[in-house]
Design a protein around this ligand. Structure first.
Ligand code: NDP
Length: 449
């Protein structure tokens, strides 16, 4: 059951719903933020007077376009491209591109909406946006992916730029795809504008630690939540869902901090390795050979693969969902708590349903919502922009140190805000309120635009 909204907020919510029918994930993300904002409107009545919520919920600009491309056999395919430029109160639009068959406007808008507040929490000068396509890179050849990326950028280039909108990766978009899009942008514009995309290769303006940043950052955030409870990762049994970019570097950092990750997954099934996952093997299979996670079982005797399995049924002390939205429902959450889980840190965006969130909050376990916990990725993208702007490149150690500082700061701001707004230790309230106030104040400052 969702938390009740005040009459005023419920009316705002209903109106936005009517204006945006069928965008269920966007509705879910919106409602979660509104549930935290009651006390904010009491403290800052000017936000209501100036209709800040209604304005924040309406993207500044939405671009939807045709992406035609040809496969290796010469057959023509048509996909749909999206870029939602949600809010530029704090800086150029910033947020990833997702290539996955499930992508439609409702997904892009939920991600873009969350991105506004996440980016505000980083303390860096970046607005919120998101984009992508219903193109499925799975099973496509390198050449097919390249042709798709070139076609995608052939439309998108008009709307992006280091001072306007700076896309990055997300599900289905990693270094390879960013490289192809950067190449096409450069070709179309005749400009070497490194700051137009982040997550670039290290040979041409990418930042060290960007690949690791989301997973490392989410793990740092959980470490901070554990510290508040005088606890740590040392000796903890952990689960990390997914086996993509975020999952891999979450596993890496958990292992560095003394925890043991006993399972990961993909959309087909779950790998369980009670001795702790062999990360070098996971990286070889996923990053180098682009294979499925089930192949892991062929290399480690004690590992088992459960086709269609549910990772959250495995007992653990720390759970880090790092695959996709709504992957933990109310039942999964209750099972995690019952099995002794003390901390959940969201590497993925909105991986827990509203019912699941309620279970975690009621159980008073340490629950770090994605908006705060996975902000390390975009924060390091902003550090990549800084390096590009000054034609500089920083060392791994220095960049990781900056990431650690940013994550500790986000944790502190969320914690202090949760206390100030009467919900100590509730990071959902902390993240929503702190992010919202920062953007809202900037919007008030800019006048009615
Ligand atoms: P990747 O494409 O690298 O990996 C995604 C992983 O999640 C794969 O293992 C994939 O399995 C699994 N997955 C994707 N969709 C589904 C689904 N519908 N059901 C079950 N499993 C699924 O993406 P990332 O690691 O970059 O992103 C993971 C999450 O982290 C997303 O929610 C993303 O928005 C979020 N995030 C990413 C950031 C980044 O810097 N990359 C920054 C902040 C958040 P399969 O191969 O079977 O599809």
């Amino acid at each position: 059951m969702a938390t009740q909204l005040s009459e005023k907020l419920e009316a705002i919510y209903q109106k936005i719903l009517q204006r945006n029918p069928g965008e269920t994930e966007f509705h879910q993300a919106l409602r979660e933020v509104l549930e935290s904002l009651g006390p904010v409107l009491v403290k800052y009545p000017e936000f209501a007077d100036r209709k800040i919520i209604e304005r924040i919920a309406e993207p500044e600009r939405q671009i939807i376009f045709r992406v035609p491309w040809q496969d290796d056999r010469g057959e023509v395919h048509i996909n749909r491209g999206f870029r939602v430029q949600f809010n530029s109160a704090l800086g150029p639009y910033k947020g990833g591109l997702r290539f996955h068959p499930s992508v439609y406007l409702g997904i892009v808008k939920f991600l873009g909406f969350e991105q506004i507040f996440k980016n505000a929490l980083t303390g860096l000068p970046i607005g919120g946006g998101k984009g992508g396509s219903d193109f499925d890179p799975k099973g496509k050849s390198d050449n097919e992916v390249m042709r798709f990326c070139q076609s995608f950028m052939t439309e998108l280039w008009r709307y992006v730029g280091e001072y306007t909108d700076v896309p990055a990766g997300d599900i289905g978009v990693g270094g390879r795809e960013i490289g192809y899009m950067f190449g096409q942008f450069k070709r179309l514009t005749s400009r070497y504008e490194a700051g137009v995309l982040t997550g670039k290769g290290l040979d041409y303006g990418g930042s060290l630690v960007r690949t690791e940043a989301t997973g490392y950052g989410a793990t740092f955030f959980v470490d901070e939540m554990l510290k508040v409870r005088k606890d740590s990762f040392e000796g903890k049994r952990c689960l990390v869902s997914g086996s993509g970019n975020v999952a891999i570097y979450t596993i890496e950092k958990i292992h560095q901090l003394g925890g043991t990750v006993v399972a990961c997954s993909d959309s087909n099934g779950v790998i369980v390795d009670e001795k702790g996952l062999d990360l070098a093997l996971v990286k070889q299979l996923k990053e180098v050979e682009r294979r499925r996670i089930k192949d892991y079982a062929g290399y480690r005797k004690q590992a088992r693969y459960v086709e269609g399995g549910n990772i959250w049924e495995i007992p653990c002390q720390v759970a880090m969902p790092s695959a996709t939205q709504n992957e933990i429902n109310g039942k999964d959450a209750a099972l995690l708590v019952k099995n002794g889980c003390v901390a959940v840190g969201e590497g993925a965006n909105m991986p827990t349903t509203p019912e699941g969130i309620k279970v975690f909050l009621d159980a008073r376990i340490a629950y770090g919502p994605g908006k705060a916990a996975n902000a390390g990725g975009v924060a390091t993208s902003a550090l990549e922009m800084q390096q590009n702007a000054t034609r500089d490149s920083w060392t791994f150690e220095y960049t990781e140190k900056r990431l650690g500082e940013i994550m500790r700061n986000i944790h502190r701001v969320c914690y202090e805000t949760s206390e100030e707004f009467g919900a100590p230790g509730n990071y959902v309230v902390g993240a929503n309120v702190a992010g919202f106030i920062k953007v809202a104040k900037a919007m008030v400052g800019h006048g009615l635009i």
